[in-house]
Design a binder for this molecule. Structure first.
Ligand SMILES: C[C@](O)(C(=O)O)[C@H](CC(=O)O)C(=O)O
Ligand SMILES: [Mg+2]
Length: 290
């Protein structure tokens, strides 16, 4: 079964499907072990973690596809990838979709912001016309090889044009061929109900922390028409805070005694990596005394 098909089936059965943001392959391994069934590669995550840059349209297709294929290479769960605005015109978007499919990605989300995009939860966003976004979606849908590969349209319009415009845009994006809708930066639960009623396709809620949207329980979101709940950067933010405490402690104390208890142990690390099976393979394959 293709990854796109697996993703669609999970969306249909999980009610709602919880999707874990994993900024690298090891995080993806941990999320799978924890029990997540679908993963996410955040555009902000690639910019912040892999490049030390803000999420302001600085990274490119190649940057994101490199990180995506590291995750799909390590974990066989369906991966949703943030492709920002698709990185260019119709042919660039087609190239993006083909590259993501080749990388083993299940689904992508593409947004209706102008090419100089911003984080969805920050001020100063601008959106392109509905017609221009429809053209982006048509280019993406037309380029996919597997008809089950998911093209999700994200609308950032709520903050710019208001709820009615966001609803109309979401409906127009589905008309243009979008399989699912990412309702970005909603400020009320009822917004999800209204978008869902207008589009009739699966809807994603972004539970990113410290943003415009309250951090709702997944069941409450499901009651309001949400099919997918995204945690794009939760583990990244937690890991960052933990790492900074370690750096501070090392300089302050001159040793790591105060923070060793906060660390994942060597044996836990090896457990997630399945390290011992690799060692056993080495022992089985190669003679020790030559
Ligand atoms: C989902 C998102 O597009 C991302 O890149 O992870 C961001 C998340 C964030 O900045 O909190 C967004 O919502 O714009
Ligand atoms: Mg993003």
């Amino acid at each position: 079964m293709s990854q796109g098909r697996r993703f669609r089936e999970l969306v249909a059965t999980e009610q709602p499907l919880q999707i874990a943001g994993t900024i690298n392959a090891y995080m993806a391994l941990m999320a799978k072990t924890a029990g997540f069934k679908a993963l996410y590669l955040s555009g902000a995550g690639v910019a912040n973690a892999s490049f030390g840059l803000p999420d302001l349209a600085i990274t490119t297709l190649n940057d994101v596809v490199t990180d995506a294929e590291r995750i799909t290479g390590a974990v066989d769960l369906p991966l949703l990838v943030d492709i920002d605005v698709g990185w260019g015109g119709a042919f660039n978007i087609a190239r993006t979709v083909k590259a993501m499919e080749r990388a083993g990605v299940a689904a992508v989300h593409m947004e209706d912001q102008v090419s100089q995009k911003r984080c969805g939860h920050r001020p100063g966003k601008e959106v392109v016309s509905t017609a221009e976004m429809q053209d982006r979606i048509k280019a993406a849908v037309d380029a996919r090889q597997d008809s089950n590969f998911v093209v999700m349209a994200r609308t950032d319009a709520l903050a710019v044009e208001g709820l009615n415009a966001a609803i109309d845009r979401a409906a127009a994006y589905v008309e243009a061929g979008a399989d699912m809708i990412f309702a970005e930066a909603m400020t009320d639960l009822s917004h999800y109900d209204q978008i869902k009623a207008a589009v009739g396709v699966p809807v994603l809620a972004n539970m990113t922390e410290f943003g415009q949207t309250e951090l709702f329980h997944k069941d409450l979101l499901a009651q309001h028409g949400v099919d997918m709940v995204l945690y794009p950067l939760s583990a990244f933010r937690a890991a960052n805070a933990a790492a900074f405490k370690v750096f501070e402690a090392l300089l302050r104390d001159g040793h790591q005694n105060a923070v060793v208890d906060t660390m994942q142990t060597r044996s836990e690390l090896y457990e997630f990596l399945n390290y011992h099976s690799y060692e056993q393979k080495l022992d089985a394959l190669f003679a020790k005394d030559k």
